[in-house]
Design a protein around this ligand. Structure first.
Ligand code: GLY
Length: 576
């Protein structure tokens, strides 16, 4: 478990690292970097959070009251959600953190990686067909988790409080329990049906029912060890032993996989838009590239959008035309940048996007096959992830999306540890190199390889203006993530809707395949007259069975406005 630093480490920081390591020889007190956080005067009149549940909001409030900053609060939230939002919060998965600290942007990739023993064809049968469910349920579906390493690196680099303090709320929730709400109980019941007979899920979550106080003593012990020993426990200590033992005879992850896991500080995707600086997720997420393409193409199509009402049939058509091109690029070019050279600069270049925009047909859907590169994404992506947004009164911000992929991940719970393991391997292309329904070959960028990270759509995003944080935003939703973030930004800035309304407004989605299909959410279906008019334009309408869950904070002057999506059980809060 080592840190890979893609930006420069100063000589002083390196000296500190080696001196500290020499003098202590103990991971917990060995910072990976010199702390970049200095005490600065407050620039906002409150800190703020928008998070997926009230327990995490309480944890953040506690951390701020103890003098913590946005990174301390973010790490406390991540560990809390691993306990109280177990369907998506996690220590058995991975994610991305976009940060703005002391006026500088950062991005931390703690995405899961394929185990060393993974192979390109591991989910195919003898005839070369995908084995249904193998990348979704059980031990074979699990990627090497990155969340603990990610939180450790972020907090050590930028946090102000002792590591143990940020773990304390999560340990209390796991040890003393929390009250299960209706949404969580329903998600458990739905997931349990998928896992029945395949995993040990019910041994740990069989008693998770609405209204009960749910305790997780094994998980409390794991979190206590992580509090005492740092990430070392998870990757090279007792918890690593428990994970490796659970895999023996069932799955691919070994102790060596855990020992070799690396979080990576990467350059975020940065772009100028509408007077703002967008700071968002680079590959192995497709989300940041997709978001920038959407925002820029919409701005370039201003004449076509003039006087077109929000969410009208013509608006839905024009956005779908843009999305069609974004998803064509996604399928062809996006993957883990450590394995595949992703042309981020070209894909977000103004001249390139102007050419793409020129292909948009303002009157009718472009023929799907004509949209090149149009390899499509034939794999349905899991949508269940979770996001939180944090700002502190010093003007620092954290936008964090993390996931175990489907609700309750693979359904495997590590015996003796209570850790729900992800099914992130499903985000790889299980069958690359085989012609798809259009007779074209693709997805090699996202083929399975040992230590490779699967392609993601997570889009934790921060907008700044004149060096100050303006908006912090993200959501779960699989391939809907960046089209949802785009729509909320657009509602808020282009249509001047207050953030609360911008988040609550109807959202829709198109992704090249299935051809000319517009998806709507259960929260606000496209029906009635609107549906008839969209269909008359040549589209098929399809309801999806999940909603997004935007968590956003906009800064107005020196006051944060924090909003949690009415679609979820999230809580937003200002903390003095
Ligand atoms: N597993 C969902 C994503 O990474 O986008």
């Amino acid at each position: 478990m080592k840190l890979v630093q893609k930006t420069k480490i100063s000589a002083a920081a390196l000296a500190l690292l080696s001196l500290s390591a020499l003098s202590t020889g103990f991971l917990e007190v060995t910072p990976a970097f010199a702390k970049d956080t200095q005490q600065r005067p407050a620039v906002l009149n409150a800190s703020a959070v928008a998070v997926a549940d009230k327990y995490a909001a309480d944890a953040a409030e506690q951390i701020f009251k103890e003098g913590g900053n946005a990174v301390d609060a973010a790490v406390a939230i991540a560990f809390s959600l691993a306990v109280t939002y177990p369907e998506a919060g996690n220590i058995g998965g991975g994610g991305f953190m976009t940060l703005y600290v002391n006026g500088k942007p950062y991005f931390l990739d703690y995405r899961e990686r394929a185990p060393l023993a993974a192979t390109r064809t591991m989910y195919l049968d003898d005839k070369g067909n995908v084995i249904p469910g193998k990348s979704l349920f059980g031990y074979d579906a699990v990627g090497v988790p990155g969340t603990v390493e990610g939180m450790w690196e972020a907090q050590k680099r930028f946090g102000k409080l002792p590591w143990k303090k940020v773990l304390a709320p999560a340990i209390a929730y796991a040890r003393d329990g929390f009250v299960v709400d209706e949404q969580l109980a329903k998600r458990r019941d739905d997931a349990a049906k998928d896992f029945a007979g395949k995993t040990n899920f019910d041994e740990y979550f069989g008693n998770l029912k609405e209204g009960v106080t749910f305790k997780q003593p094994d998980l409390a012990n794991v979190l206590t060890r992580i509090a005492n020993q740092g990430a070392k426990d998870f990757y090279d200590g007792k918890t690593a032993d428990l994970i490796a033992a659970s895999m023996k005879g069932h799955g691919l992850i070994t102790k060596r996989d855990l020992q070799e896991y690396k979080a990576v500080w990467r350059q975020p995707v940065e772009a100028k838009w509408n007077g703002y600086e967008i700071i968002t997720a680079p590959p192995p997420s497709s989300g940041g590239v997709g978001l920038v393409q959407l925002l820029k193409m919409k701005a370039m199509l201003a004449p076509q959008f003039k006087d077109v009402p929000l969410n009208s049939p013509q608006y839905i058509h024009l956005i779908a035309e843009i999305e069609k091109r974004v998803f064509a690029d996604r399928a062809q070019y996006l993957g883990d940048p450590d394995f595949y050279k992703v042309p981020v600069a070209q894909l977000t270049d103004d001249a390139y996007l102007a050419k793409r925009v020129a292909e948009v047909d303002p009157d009718k859907p472009s023929d799907t096959k004509s949209v090149q590169p149009g390899l499509g994404t034939s794999m349905p992506e899991k949508a269940e992830t979770t996001h939180f947004s944090v700002v502190d009164k010093w003007g620092n911000a954290v936008s964090n999306t993390y996931t175990i992929n489907g609700y309750f991940g693979s359904g495997v719970v590590v015996p003796g540890a209570g850790i729900v393991l992800n099914d992130e391997m499903d985000d790889f292309a299980s069958k690359p190199g085989v012609p798809n329904m259009f007779g074209v070959v693709g997805s090699d960028a996202n083929a399975i390889a040992p230590k490779k990270r699967p392609l993601s759509s997570m889009t934790p995003t921060i907008l700044t203006k004149d060096g100050k944080v303006a908006l912090v935003i993200g959501t779960p939703g699989g391939s809907r993530i960046f089209t949802s973030v785009f729509q909320v930004i657009n509602n808020n800035y282009d249509f001047n809707m207050p953030l609360k309304e911008a988040v609550a407004a109807m959202r829709f989605h198109h992704q090249l395949l299935p051809p000319n299909t517009i998806f709507w959410e259960p929260y606000q279906p496209i029906d009635g007259e609107l549906a008839k008019q969209v269909e008359a334009k040549g589209y098929v309408l399809k309801g999806q069975d999940f909603n997004g869950d935007i968590q956003a904070i906009r800064i107005n002057g020196d006051t944060p406005d924090a909003v949690s999506d009415p679609r979820g059980r999230g809580v937003s809060r200002l903390i003095q």
